[in-house]
Design a protein around this ligand. Structure first.
Ligand code: NAD
Length: 286
C-alpha cells in the first residue's frame, strides 16, 4: 500500500474476497418466504434475517397496522398481507399471493402462536380456551403445511418451518394447554417430514427458550400482576442458562436461516432446540 491507496492487483484481490464473503452470506438469494406472525418478535427478526440474506418475504399477520409498519421498515423486499391463521382461506390466499406476486414459494414458516395461562388444576380447564389455542398453535400449522405443500409439490422442492417451544419438549411447565399445543407441533413436523420427503420438501421446527417478546410479556404480566415490566424481563431471564445469556429473537432467526437454507439440505423432521441447554438440565419454576 502506497500513499494510502492499494496497488491494482491487491485492490482486486481484496475486492474479490469481500465480494465472495458477501455472496456466501446471502444464503437465501432469490428465495421467496412466507412467515406468519411476522409483524413482531421472532417472526419479524426472521423476516429481517431472510431479507438480509437475499430473500423476498411476505409478512402474514393478523395485526394489520403493525404488519404494514414492519413491512415498511424492512424495505422493498418485504410485503404485508393480512392473515388470520385460524381461517384456512386467509392462509390459502397468502400462499396464492406468493405465487401471483413472486411466481414461487420456497420457504413457509408457520410461526404465529399465542400463549395460554393454564388454571392451577386440570379440573378447572376451560375447553373453549383450549380449542382457541389449538386453532392457532396447531390447526393453523397443519393448514399452513397443507397450502405450502400444494404449491411446493409440483416444483419438487421447499422448506417448511414451524415454531414449537421448549414447553413442547418438557411437560410440567405450568402451562399445560400451551405445552400440549407445542408437543403437537413437533409431532406434525415429524409426520409431515416423512410424507413430504419424497417430494423434496423438508419440514423442521425450532423450539425457543423464553424470550421477552410481547407474547411472553403479556403472559408474565398475568402471572405476576404486581411486577413492573423491567422486573418481568428479569424474571424471564433469571431462569438463567449459559452464564445468564439471554435468548433473543435473533437466536431463533439464525436457527431459521440455517433450516431454511441449503446448509440444511439433508435435515428434515428435526426439532432444533434453541435454549442455551435449558431442557438438558433445568426445570422451569415460574
Ligand atoms: P409475538 O407476540 O412477538 O409475535 C406473535 C405474532 O403472531 C404477533 O405479531 C401476532 O399478531 C401474531 N398472531 C397472533 N395470532 C395470530 C393469528 N390468529 N393469525 C396471524 N397472526 C397471529 O410473539 P413471539 O414470541 O415472536 O411468538 C412467535 C412464536 O414463537 C409463537 O408460535 C410462540 O408460541 C413461539 N414461542 C415464543 C417463545 C417466547 O418466549 N417468546 C418461546 C417459545 C415459543
Amino acid at each position: 500500500r502506497k500513499n494510502g491507496s492499494y496497488s491494482r492487483p491487491l485492490f482486486a484481490e481484496r475486492f474479490n474476497r469481500l465480494l465472495s464473503t458477501h455472496q456466501t452470506e446471502r444464503k437465501l438469494q432469490d428465495k421467496v418466504a412466507l412467515i406468519t406472525g411476522a409483524a413482531s418478535g421472532i417472526g419479524k427478526a426472521t423476516a429481517t434475517k431472510f431479507i438480509n440474506n437475499g430473500a423476498k418475504v411476505i409478512i402474514a399477520d393478523i395485526q394489520q397496522q403493525l404488519g404494514q409498519e414492519t413491512a415498511k421498515e424492512l424495505g422493498p423486499n418485504a410485503t404485508f398481507i393480512t392473515c388470520d391463521v385460524t381461517k384456512e382461506s386467509d392462509i390459502s390466499n397468502a400462499v396464492d399471493f406468493a405465487i401471483s406476486e413472486y411466481k414461487q414459494l420456497d420457504i413457509m414458516y408457520n410461526n404465529a402462536g399465542i400463549p395460554c395461562k393454564s388454571p392451577p388444576s386440570i379440573v378447572n380447564l376451560d375447553l373453549a380456551l383450549f380449542d382457541k389455542v389449538m386453532a392457532i398453535n396447531v390447526r393453523a400449522v397443519m393448514a399452513g403445511i397443507k397450502h405450502a405443500a400444494r404449491v411446493m409439490i409440483p416444483r419438487g422442492t421447499g422448506s417448511i418451518l414451524c415454531t414449537a417451544s421448549v414447553t413442547g419438549v418438557m411437560g410440567g411447565m405450568a402451562q399445560h394447554t400451551y405445552s400440549v399445543s407445542k408437543f403437537a407441533v413437533i409431532g406434525i413436523v415429524k409426520s409431515m417430514a416423512s410424507e413430504l420427503c419424497k417430494h423434496g420438501i423438508r419440514v423442521n421446527c425450532i423450539s425457543p427458550f423464553a424470550i421477552p417478546t410481547p407474547f411472553v410479556m403479556g403472559e408474565m404480566n398475568q402471572i405476576y400482576p404486581h411486577l413492573d415490566s423491567r422486573r418481568l424481563v428479569d424474571v424471564v431471564h433469571n431462569v438463567g442458562v449459559l452464564n445468564g445469556a439471554n435468548c433473543e429473537p435473533n437466536d431463533i432467526a439464525n436457527a431459521a436461516l440455517y433450516l431454511a437454507s441449503d446448509d440444511a439440505r439433508y435435515v428434515s423432521g428435526h426439532n432444533l432446540v434453541v435454549d442455551g441447554g435449558f431442557t438438558s438440565f433445568k426445570s422451569l419454576e415460574f
